[in-house]
Design a protein around this ligand. Sequence first.
Ligand code: LLP
Length: 451
Amino acid sequence: MISFEKMTVNTMKTSINKLKPLSFSRNSNQEISIAGFKLKDLVQTYGSPLYILCEETIRARVNEYKDSFQEFYGEYELVYASKALNCKAICKLMEKESVSLDVVSIGELYTALSVNFPMNKVIFHGNNKSPEEIQACLENNVRIILDNFNDLRLIDELNKSKKEVNIIIRVTPGIECHTHEYIKTGKIDSKFGFNLEDVLDLVAKLKKDYPYIKILGLHSHIGSQIFEMAPQRDAALVLLNKYKEIKEQLGIEMTHLNIGGGLGIKYLESDDPPEIADIVNFSAKAVIEACEKFDLKKPILMMEPGRSLVAPAGITVYRIGNIKDIPNLRKYVCVDGGMADNVRPIMYQAQYLAELDAKDPNKDLETVTIAGKYCESGDVLIKDIKMTKADTDDLLVVFSTGAYNYSMASNYNRATKPAMVLVNRTGHNLIVKRESLDDLLRQDLVPSHLS
Ligand code: LLP
């Protein structure tokens, strides 16, 4: 294993590591606004539950990444992992910010295509890409993250004219991160990517048998909601060590290095993820030092964050209905949404912060459980939160819901997915319409013998 000196970072930036959207405010009546627009009015216009996204927060976080790459590294490509939240408006916003797009399905690609997102700025991931997906990449000159030999077989079969195909090889670097901890192992049990030990042979094979394939570099992604900086740095170093071998033994110099996404965000005030600037600085330093040490040309450094670009920008507003008090046991405060619009609590035991609109968040505190409305006892959004006493009809805000909420939403119990509105200082715009009851029926058919 390679060892590197301990590196320290010293970024003098103001923190944007806020739990709440940057444009969040409360007036003297404790009414909440986003970018100057009252929640109450937004809900009146668009209904509840409502996903609200603060545009200023997304742009600030994008710019924090971009500025940090410029300051600490040089040539880079910031790629938004759109699985966190993919819809037309977000693709457009990323395009306007000159951010590239990581897609993992024909659906995400189709959304980007529908708004003319520049296809040369898209990369396509996946451990089991379909022929249709590979075909779409080839037709649109989308860079393919080569994950396995099935990808290679499909590329070769479908690329009839043998035109140039740009790929990045995904590897399992032997570093795995489960949120706050990470482990280094020789081999990793993962459905994604090639084993690092096989990469040299793979590159040699590609060079010999697939001359139309252009290998841009290697990729690794070690996990999500990560609070440590060392694992990503270590993964980068493992990859660069391989670059050195590839250069020495095959004479090929990689031009890109993709170190994945994964930076964590604050869901609770006690969460303390690194600053965007710090993770970029830390990784950049490691890459620069390793390139010097291994005599490599500095590659274009790619990072593909999802959550850390959009999660803190998002809130979900619910209306409170039933309040069930079981004396000496528990008080359930029930909202008009739940696991269908935010599956993360039931799926990952994810924790969230919530507050009431128009009530002082520091007064009249009691411990309650925020329950969803879906037919499953486990449909609880927040267990045992200390919150201002709630009444029926109050609006409840859950924070940090910009990532992996809408994108993982379901129609469980035939729920209609909520609307999403993008808010900035000049106005608010509906970017995803609320599903209607007819939307639910759109795909249903009744066979003639039943009608
Ligand atoms: N790149 C690759 C190859 C990934 O698999 C992922 C996330 C990302 C980038 C972006 O990671 P981020 O910066 O968002 O952490 N549904 C889970 C998260 C799954 C993440 C999957 N891969 C959740 O709700 O926490």
